[in-house]
Design a protein around this ligand. Sequence first.
Ligand code: EPZ
Length: 420
Amino acid sequence: MDKFVIQGGAKLQGNVRISGAKNGSLALIPATLLAPGTYRLTNTPNLRDVWTMSRLMGSLGAFCELNGNELFVDTRNITSFEAPYEHVKKMRASFYVLGPLTARYGLAKVSLPGGCAWGPRPVDLHLKGLEKLGAEISLEQGYVVSRAEKLKGAKFHFDISSVGATGNVLMAAVLAKGTSILTNSAIEPEITALARMLVKMGAKIDGIGTSILEIEGVDDLKPVDEETIPDRIEAATFLIAAAMTNGKIEIEKVNPYHLTSVIAKLEEAGCIIDVNGDKITLEMEGKPIATDIITQIYPGIPTDIQAQWTALMLTAEGNSKVVDTIYSDRFKHVPELARLGADIDIVDNSAIIQGGRKLSGATVMSSDLRASASLILAALVAEGTTEVLRIYHLDRGYEELDKKLIALGANIKRVKTDII
Ligand code: EPZ
């Protein structure tokens, strides 16, 4: 087990290259199941969830090898159609193999993902969508079993805009016989990027980037090479870190169009931001202005930055409110932030933050990926030493976050520990 030992007080300054998107990569890798062949997925982030997905693909018979940030995938020898609980319990995104396996091989057996640190994470929309395409879905000893002679195109409406369900149903529809129309589809950049890769593979998809996807099924697809889009959540995390520490940083290899709502809120909070191609510079002097956020589906403020924004608002002058409309109880970071001196009330799906209080170092515990990021950000401004435990949560979704922060001037040490 690793922990971070962080001395607060440094201003972050310098340049940092943003990695490929974890959630982008986790959608592209299962898509390789749709066409047996070899793929080079470049700008793949070297982080734990990609390793987990690669191991899951290996258990299906695929060969995955990550060289730096290039993931080589060979799906010419798929021998199993079962995603075992040991993989799915570690990472909900394992559920993404359900659609492609059903579409390509007519059979998939995927463990139900179960809950996560912040409550139940249903998959009903994934299953309803596949059933609409003609899959026979049964639940057997905690596994979803999906069977289909040949999927058939259909109209399907997502009752809730769901990133994962859109990805799964889209990957199934591209090999279905006939036309599918998916309405209220997620338009997150990671889904748009998945659709673009599928088109490169030979799929016929209209409406990419909109919530209405029209798919003309094809008989076969071909393997391709593809570059993973930049990680907009990592980018937002660094911008927030710079704002909190009154620093000045330039983040590079980003897509500013994926960050319009985050940039707008940071400017509202008093940050000076300059966008130049694939680079964004942020400078912040003094305390941020207390600024409320309400998370929304894309292109609104992503739920994946609400914990980090909460940390930023601890340094603001005045009180602010963070509302999460996507998940109702994604606030496991709040009691840990309180150990640093934060005063935050949780009312329903909102955090009411008292800004301007002094933060002092303490030992805190990560509970999930973005909560751990929030604790690290708060530790950067807390007086004295903070120890952040269970860093394996962070390592799931950030590539070398500690090394990147140290390069910007942060005082962080990664230390082995027996304390779990
Ligand atoms: C993706 O999860 C991301 N993960 C999450 O990022 C992100 O928080 C989430 O989208 C929302 O943007 C990956 O892309 C691997 P959803 P996903 O289906 O697909 C409900 C991170 O920190 N829902 O869009 O699981 C669900 O309960 C992770 O990087 C159903 O009700 O999220 C939630 O309230 C955490 N039924 C809402 O939809 C379903 O069948 C949105 O969930 C599916 C979802």
